[in-house]
Design a protein around this ligand. Structure first.
Ligand code: AHM
Ligand code: MG
Length: 331
């Protein structure tokens, strides 16, 4: 007998019915899946086809654009456009907001099509990360509800694909954080609910250890006191590191860089982007029973974005650890 698992499509169909939601979200999610699968195809053969190198230009963040960044960006834009349901999109790869269906669309999309650039040259895991907010459909309300700069608290879903591993995690507002696996036919199947483990023996800490002496004194002190209690793991691609965290618990952090020997390299605002990196994992983590804060100890999901490429420091993970570090950060 063949063993068939529940498919992602069936899972989502049931979810939409249970919460009395529209079919529009299904159309959007199928497009996102198609985009992820296409990115994965290119990535898997990337080294062979000479697609893992640099493209020869510099992006708005002052970083080298990689060939795969461009390919992944174009793929996502194509599939989002095809749904006719996206109002505007924000991509890490373009400076401007991308207009799609301004009149008829329902959703705002924030995405990083290929996050974890330092892994790309090696063909190691990277992430396609996205967050979704919805247009205010009550025609009487005008203003911020119809604006793309939404805080994470207003997102309706966030997700990430760990490429090229065939793992997909999706969090739906108030309906939990779920993980899916690609089967032999590349169909996402077998939803499993993710809840961070309470047992601290499995917890891991994850941060760029080479940066410790550039962190603020409070964080250096916290690390000094706490690092020996936990295992340490760092892949250097948020999707991969966060994927581990969801199963094992612990904390991922990318603190503000404030003590760099070359002051030009300080990043007091943090490195990661609020709208399509930090909010994505903060939203998933909250649905999995965890939490996330910035350098002031403020919940990431409460930060009002002032610009779409805004950066933030990020501390995300098991609630007791985030509560503890938030206390230190607020002092
Ligand atoms: P990117 O958007 O340029 O890829 O940067 C984001 C990545 C995250 O995936 C990862 O957590 C972090 O940057 C790693 O940074 P570092 O190499 O400084 O440790
Ligand atoms: Mg990125």
């Amino acid at each position: 007998m063949i063993q068939f698992e529940q498919t992602f499509r069936n899972f989502l169909l049931r979810h939409q019915e249970k919460y009395n939601r529209s079919y529009h979200f299904l159309i959007l999610m199928y497009a996102i899946i198609a985009a992820a699968q296409r990115i994965e195809l290119y990535y898997r053969t990337g080294a062979l086809k000479d697609n893992l190198g640099v493209a020869g230009s510099i992006n708005i963040h002052g970083e080298n654009v990689l060939r795969m960044d461009q390919i992944a960006h174009e793929i996502v834009i194509h599939y989002l456009n095809s749904t006719e349901r996206v109002i505007q999109a924000v991509s890490e790869e373009t400076d401007d907001i991308i207009d799609m269906n301004r009149d008829g669309g329902r959703y705002f999309l924030y995405f990083d099509p290929l996050d974890g650039s330092s892994n790309v040259a090696h063909g190691l895991p990277v992430g396609f990360m996205f967050g979704i907010a919805k247009r205010n459909l009550d025609g009487n309300i005008q203003g911020p509800e119809d604006f793309h700069l939404r805080s994470g608290r207003e997102y309706i879903a966030t997700g990430m694909f760990v490429i090229p591993t065939g793992m997909f995690t999706l969090a739906l507002r108030e309906a939990g954080c779920w993980r899916f696996h690609a089967d032999e036919t590349n169909t996402y199947v077998k939803p499993s609910r993710m809840m961070l483990p309470e047992d601290s023996r499995k917890w891991e800490l994850s941060y760029n250890a080479g940066n410790i002496y550039t962190f603020g004194e409070k964080i250096q002190k916290w690390i000094n006191i706490n690092e020996k209690k936990y295992t340490f793991r760092y892949l250097g691609a948020l999707a991969g590191d966060f994927h581990r965290l969801l199963l094992n618990g612990g904390m991922f952090m990318y603190p503000a860089i404030v003590n760099h020997p070359d002051p030009e390299k300080n990043r007091p605002q943090g490195k990661l982007r609020l709208m399509y990196e930090a909010n994505v994992v903060a939203f998933m983590c909250t649905e999995a029973g965890g939490d996330a804060v910035d350098e002031t100890g403020t919940p990431i999901l409460d930060l009002p974005p002032e610009k779409h490429h805004q950066r933030t420091a990020l501390y995300v993970g098991s609630k007791p650890l985030i509560d503890d570090i938030a206390k230190v950060l607020r002092k």
